[in-house]
Design a protein around this ligand. Structure first.
Ligand SMILES: Nc1ncnc2c1ncn2[C@@H]1O[C@H](COP(=O)(O)OP(=O)(O)OP(=O)(O)O)[C@@H](O)[C@H]1O
Length: 239
């Protein structure tokens, strides 16, 4: 069953054709990686799927409904969660309070139900021990975890992750892999932009490669990485 679809997506900034007839589908429970050189249009695609950028043309469908003109808050309530590349927690709030924002405004929970849900999300995202810590005191790994936990707290069908591994050590990224795998196993569809390909490959069952606003490959990860067009555009001819 398809949960999220983008069809014929175009986005221009001035003369720059950032999305050039991009098509995208995600089936329920899939884990999809998106790779490509800097400036390929990956984050713009995520923005268009999440609703923070409106495409010039094309449609986005969530579970069959056209959400192209719906803003990010509406899409969030309807099941698209998003973790940004640079985590921006509410610094003066505790870790639990941050997650409760997602539970309240995204999942529509109140009172004890929101609290119970928030605790469960912190457990799944391995932040329970830090529930009462002020978010501004967290190190990068825990900030990344909190960025993801806030999105998970909204109760997403689809979780969009933008370079969640960036800036982490290999050991830290490996810890995140375990958490993301658990989310996929729990039935959440994950769409993950990441430059650290070996980390991505531990989670995803499909890989999309973008270059200059176009999808240049989409399929089984090892096949995509061997594709001559992908090697040329992204991995370098020397490999
Ligand atoms: N709001 C904007 N206004 C003008 N240009 C933009 C805007 N957003 C993105 N761009 C440009 O569009 C191109 C694609 O950007 P995007 O962030 O989608 O690429 P990316 O593949 O995610 O790159 P990276 O891997 O470096 O994050 C870049 O050249 C970027 O400078």
């Amino acid at each position: 069953m398809t949960v999220l679809t983008g069809t014929g997506l175009h986005k221009r900034y001035g003369n720059l054709h950032v999305l050039d007839d991009v098509g995208f589908t995600a089936a329920a429970g899939e884990a999809i990686g998106i790779v490509g050189p800097n400036g390929a249009g990956k984050t713009t695609l995520l923005n268009v799927l999440a609703g923070s950028v409106t495409p010039d043309s094309g449609t986005v469908r969530l579970g069959g409904d056209d959400v192209t003109r719906s803003g990010p808050q509406i899409r969030c309530r309807r099941g698209i969660g998003r973790a940004h590349q640079i985590p921006r927690p509410f610094g003066g709030m505790t870790v639990l309070e941050n997650v409760l924002v997602g539970a309240t405004y995204g999942a529509g929970l109140r009172g004890r139900a929101a609290h119970r849900h928030g605790i469960e999300v912190l457990r799944r995202c391995e932040l329970l021990d830090l529930a009462d810590r002020r978010a501004e005191t967290l190190g990068l790994l825990h900030r990344k975890r909190l960025e993801m936990a806030r999105a998970v707290a909204t109760g997403p069908r689809v979780l969009l992750l933008d370079e969640i591994g960036a800036g982490l050590t290999d050991a830290e990224a490996a810890e995140l892999v375990t958490t993301i795998r658990d989310l996929v196993a729990a039935g959440i569809t994950v769409v993950w932009i990441e430059h650290i390909v070996h980390v991505l490959l531990q989670v995803v069952d499909r890989l999309i490669c973008m270059d200059a606003g176009k999808v240049i490959a989409d399929g089984e990860p090892t096949a995509v990485l061997r594709d001559a067009v992908v090697v040329d555009a992204y991995l370098g001819k020397g490999r």
